[in-house]
Design a protein around this ligand. Structure first.
Ligand code: ADP
Length: 330
């Protein structure tokens, strides 16, 4: 976290606690003053009673008056106590609410800053690589094999760029209501197989296993579903060792269609399993993280799942790794 943000958070936290302590202290002071006033009033009335009523002459009258004063004092104490406790409860509720809102706001701001840094880096790298490759081809007369290699890596970088810009565009359009999904009956089996083939071409050294039932149909938007599957495959590859396989499964049972992508990477700790689907969220700190990314992929996946009346979740794969499951309810 940058120093300026940390300083800002520390300053805001100190001001917040000082304000809270001041408000609670004022409330306690208000209660003590009112109680003191009520006790003094009762004492004054008892003194007056002692002066005006002869206690030995009419004990019953004196007792009745005395009890009335004592009862009034007790009632006032109960009133002050209940009002005080009510205000204290209100202050605590408001304080908790403000604390959580401010913390959420700071966190979001922090994540947005990280996102901007990550996105700038991720956009610049493929552009520089593709540019350098094309300049090399233009400047030197390379043999056809080398030329092919340069063109292939340039195309790979361009498709990475396309993937990233698609993610950003679709996420903002889905959020702003600017994306009008065109839902149609489509063959999810074919779409899944096509995506997988695309990844096989991009990552020839990676081993993929597939169990994709044929003719599984869903009503959906093919571009969105393609983005969903690509994000899950991209993550499975990015977060697992090169030599481990990625498995792709699609099956249909009655009214439930289930799409699963499993890897043998480090897996996801239980307390992070929900958080990873929130916007810009990435596990670990910027300093220790080795993989590149924007924290937008799984957020987008969960949005796309919702558009399709589906849900997305992650479970542990044994002995290690994670399984991302998308369930379409028909
Ligand atoms: P990005 O990959 O760009 O960081 P995502 O939204 O796709 O963003 O993922 C959020 C976080 O969830 C990632 O930063 C990573 O820590 C974790 N994650 C996602 N997929 C996997 C996976 N298959 N294995 C382990 N961790 C994962």
């Amino acid at each position: 976290m940058p120093d300026i943000s940390r300083k800002k958070i520390t300053r805001a936290t100190i001001i917040y606690w000082l304000m809270l302590i001041y408000i609670v202290a004022a409330l306690v002071w208000w209660f003590i003053s009112l109680q003191k006033q009520s006790f003094e009033l009762a004492e004054f009335r008892i003194n007056q009673l002692n002066a005006t009523v002869d206690s030995s002459a009419s004990t019953a009258l004196y007792q009745a008056e005395y009890h009335a004063i004592e009862n009034a004092k007790k009632r006032t104490t109960v009133k002050h106590l209940s009002e005080g406790l009510f205000f204290l409860a209100l202050i605590i509720v408001a304080a908790v609410f403000v604390f959580h809102s401010v913390r959420r706001q700071f966190k979001l701001q922090q994540q947005q800053q990280n996102f901007m840094m990550a996105v700038t880096h991720e956009l610049k790298t493929p552009i520089s690589v593709a540019r350098l490759n094309l300049e090399t081809i233009q400047k030197y007369s390379l043999d056809p094999e080398k030329q092919k290699k340069f063109i292939r890596t340039s195309l790979e970088e361009i498709s990475r760029l396309n993937f990233l810009t698609n993610n950003i565009l679709i996420a903002s359009q889905l959020e702003g209501g600017g994306y009008h999904s065109s839902k149609e009956e489509l063959d999810l089996s074919d779409l899944f197989k096509d995506c997988l083939q695309d990844f096989r071409n991009r990552f020839p050294e990676k081993h993929f296993t597939e169990h994709i039932e044929t003719d599984v149909e869903v009503k959906g938007d093919s571009l969105l579903l393609q983005i969903l599957i690509s994000n899950l495959l991209e993550n499975a590859i990015k977060y697992s060792p090169k030599e481990t396989p990625v498995s792709a499964v699609l099956k249909k049972e009655n009214s439930l269609t289930q799409l699963t992508i499993t890897d043998e990477g480090p897996g996801i700790p239980d307390h992070e399993k929900k958080k990873i689907f929130t916007k810009f969220y990435r596990i670990g700190s910027e300093a220790t993280r080795k993989t590149q990314g924007t924290g937008l992929g799984l957020y987008l996946c969960s949005k796309i799942a919702r558009v399709h009346n589906a849900d997305i979740s992650v479970t542990n794969n044994y002995p290690h790794g994670s399984s991302f499951v998308v369930r379409f309810f028909i």
